[in-house]
Design a binder for this molecule. Structure first.
Ligand code: 8YV
Length: 346
């Protein structure tokens, strides 16, 4: 058991925990205590990350502070690094409150919640955790598509509740052998496409430019891609340009037999237009892992039987979250050892 892990188990006793952190401060080769860089932690992390982080850094947990502004005013000037999550990022206000900030390490691939302009302007480095979560995100996208197509969640309830004895489950729609549009052909979009090929799907993708290495049809325009597709997978990184890229027109083009799967970011979709389409039945169904204002979600979603709702957990497996945490910490370690980031965003 690592010392840090032991400390985490004692987290109910902060005073003891603090003392323990001090004792675990590394010693220089001359036996002097080396000071640990001050790190602002934006949100909770699994215990297997908290321990090692606390061993190498003096942690300041913003999410535990009752008065965040006062907390930042006090510790901000000392902060040299930020450990954050894809969903939490670091806004311009946080970056401004940390004048000595050198690096932001994201536990997640998405960097849309980090204000990159502010980082650029200040020369703050940013790292994320690509690749290690690609498989899980693609797996969940396929699972959501199959569950939505075949009504797996309602069918499970049908079997469990005893309704089966009163009658069979209503027929659903075939999933395989149809046309899949992939909006965003990055790592995750490509992994979705590779999996879909195993379901005999005809595949097309949209990206900024055609990618010669991909064996699939290229349809640049989101509306045209939706028009062509039976199911639209949204896998693109969220930027200012992609905000509401899936709008009312795109949903209309996808059509009343169409399905929408979103494992990217909520802001890529106009949620009001999506809810209207689902309510009107002008779209057959949507499976969503991400929501505007999550973890709160628009209550209208919860009444829609043609929406499959997931709690932003595409990367949420033990294996992947461990790998993400390791990479997030490795990026911080590399930076404070004077080495380049392993997976830099900027
Ligand atoms: C995580 C994510 O759920 O990778 C991302 O960008 O949003 C997700 O993998 C998140 O970072 C963990 O809170």
């Amino acid at each position: 058991m690592s010392p840090g892990y032991f400390c985490w188990t004692l987290a109910a006793s902060p005073a003891l925990c603090y003392r323990y952190h001090e004792l675990s401060t590394p010693l220089s080769k001359h036996g002097e205590q080396m000071s640990k860089p001050d790190l602002l932690q934006m949100g909770a992390l699994p215990e297997w990350d908290e321990g090692p982080l606390a061993q190498s850094f003096t942690l300041h947990r913003l999410y535990e502070a009752a008065d965040k502004a006062a907390f930042l005013a006090e510790i901000g000037p000392r902060i040299r690094g930020i450990a954050t999550r894809g969903d939490l990022g670091a806004g311009a206000d946080i970056i401004a409150a940390c004048p000595a900030l050198e690096v932001i390490s994201i536990y997640g691939v998405g960097f849309d919640a980090v204000n990159l302009d502010a980082c650029h302007a200040r020369g703050v480095k940013v790292a994320n955790t690509p690749d290690v979560l690609t498989d899980d995100c693609a797996d969940l996208a396929l699972g959501m598509w199959l569950a939505l197509s075949r009504g797996i969640v309602a069918a499970e309830h049908h079997a469990r509740s005893g309704n089966w004895a009163k009658g069979g489950f209503p027929l659903t729609h075939k999933a395989s052998g149809k046309r899949a549009g992939i909006l965003g052909a990055g790592r995750i979009g490509q992994a979705v496409g590779r999996r879909l090929a195993g379901f005999d799907m005809e595949i097309a993708y949209s990206a900024r430019t055609a990618r010669a290495e991909l064996p699939w049809r290229f349809i640049a325009d989101a509306r045209e891609l939706a028009e062509w597709a039976d199911v639209l997978f949204v896998t693109l990184a969220a930027t200012a340009e992609t905000r509401h890229i899936v709008n009312a027109q795109v949903l209309e083009a996808l059509g009343r037999d169409g399905l929408l799967i979103n494992i990217s970011r909520a802001q890529n979709i106009d949620e009001d237009a999506l809810i209207a389409a689902l309510e009107a039945g002008s779209l057959r169904g949507a499976a969503l892992d991400v929501f505007e204002g999550e973890p709160q979600l628009d209550p209208r979603f919860t009444t829609l039987s043609n929406a499959l709702l997931q709690p932003h957990h595409a990367s949420g497996t033990f294996e992947t979250r461990r790998a993400m945490g390791q990479l997030m910490r490795d990026n911080l370690t590399a930076h404070f050892a004077g080495k380049p980031l392993l997976t830099p965003v900027i």
